[in-house]
Design a protein around this ligand. Structure first.
Ligand code: DAH
Length: 375
């Protein structure tokens, strides 16, 4: 039989152990010790069953009361411990909404696309618009209209990919071997839409194809074509335009050009344009005259005054309109500007090289600010 004294002691013991429990786990251990299946208060409750009816009536209320008190006490303590733990977490964990968000993985602009954007920007400042043409071309537009008739030896030099189907003009369809057919298409379209047809100032960047593959040639590569047609255009305009473009593109005032007589069927006269470079630790750095000691000339592009036969075949009167044209490899421009030395890295799809250059689509710090933005 339990004396009141013993119950008081048990109650006190429980209360002090509850108070001492500083974690939820410790509190749970106390609960098990008193109220669990084998707990001391549970044992007292069980002992009621062995008592006589009178005894039970005398003892039960006090034991039940003790069980209730201890269980209430534990619940209060649990609440206190839980809210303390919450306070602590809130104090430790901070959510700073002003912190910058972590950078999401993003793509980047391919060097060739970057250079094409730069070209469009520079030439836009000079009043040029961007023209396009199909990559699957007919042989009349790719060759014949550019003054390369069927038997012309230049056709053989182009290593052309032909399609088996006949073209609408009776010849064959092919993958364009250069961007020059866009000259023809643009003149034809203007001649049709605007009687008189010109003036015209366009660049035409795009993919071109030749059956050729080694360290410096890929079967697909990029060119940009330039065409200016007006009433009184001469070689001086061509030279100034190329100089202004190359200075803006390479972001150097000291770019020096050399124009060499050359031959292209679609220009007359034709000039090959070289750019002067200096050697820096064996690396070619553009700038300065190629004739200076330790310098050299690098062939950069083909150009000339548009052949009057091309103007006539493109629907304009060559006695009224003349102009200049040029064509340059975009991949080569990219390699020269950004110091890349293997053309194939552009096209083998290894994203590591893109990550290395990382031209951002949204913020283009390297995109030329255009003509006249230089110091
Ligand atoms: N189409 C020539 C090529 O692919 C490049 C070229 C040379 C374009 C002279 C021109 C030009 O417009 O005038 O080799």
């Amino acid at each position: 039989m339990e004396t009141t004294h013993e119950l008081d002691r048990l109650g006190q013991d429980a209360r002090s152990r509850i108070a001492e429990a500083t974690t939820i786990d410790a509190l749970e251990a106390v609960r098990i010790a008193f109220l669990g299946k084998q707990g001391s208060i549970s044992a007292l409750l069980k002992s009621l069953g062995r008592m006589s009816a009178e005894e039970r009536q005398a003892q039960a209320p006090a034991i039940q009361a003790l069980r209730q008190q201890v269980s209430d006490e534990i619940a209060r303590r649990r609440e206190a411990l839980e809210s303390a733990a919450l306070e602590q977490r809130l104090a430790a964990e901070r959510l700073d909404l002003t912190l910058p968000a972590p950078q999401a993985p993003g793509g980047s602009v391919h060097p060739v696309a970057q250079v094409m954007d730069e070209l469009a920007e520079i030439f836009a400042d000079l009043g040029f618009s961007v023209a396009t043409g199909p990559e699957i071309e007919d042989d009349w537009t790719n060759f014949t209209a550019l003054n390369m008739p069927e038997s012309h030896p230049a056709r053989a030099m182009h290593d052309t990919f032909y399609f088996p189907d006949a073209s609408p003009t009776g010849g064959r369809m092919l993958l364009r071997t250069h961007t020059s057919p866009v000259q023809v298409r643009t003149m034809l379209a203007t001649a049709k839409d605007h009687p008189g047809g010109a003036p015209l100032r366009i660049i035409a960047p795009g993919r071109v194809y030749r059956s050729d593959s080694d360290a410096t040639h890929t079967p697909m590569f990029h060119q940009v074509e330039g065409l200016v047609i007006d009433r009184d255009i001469h070689l001086g305009h061509l030279k100034w335009t190329l100089e202004t473009f190359l200075k803006a593109f390479f972001e150097r005032e000291d770019i020096v050009l050399r124009l060499r007589p050359s031959y292209f069927p679609f220009t007359e006269p034709s000039v090959e344009v070289d750019v002067g470079f200096a050697l820096d630790n064996g690396r070619r750095v553009l700038g300065g005259s190629g004739d200076a000691p330790g310098h050299g000339w690098m062939e950069l592009l083909g150009s000339g005054m548009v052949n009057r036969r091309v103007i006539a075949m493109s629907g304009l009167d060559p006695d009224v309109w003349q102009g200049f044209a040029f064509g340059v490899g975009v991949d080569r421009l990219a390699m020269l500007k950004y110091g890349m030395d293997d053309l194939r890295a552009f096209f083998d799809g290894d994203v590591r090289s893109l990550r290395h250059y990382r031209f951002s689509a949204f913020d283009q710090p390297t995109l030329s600010a255009g003509v006249g933005a230089r110091a």
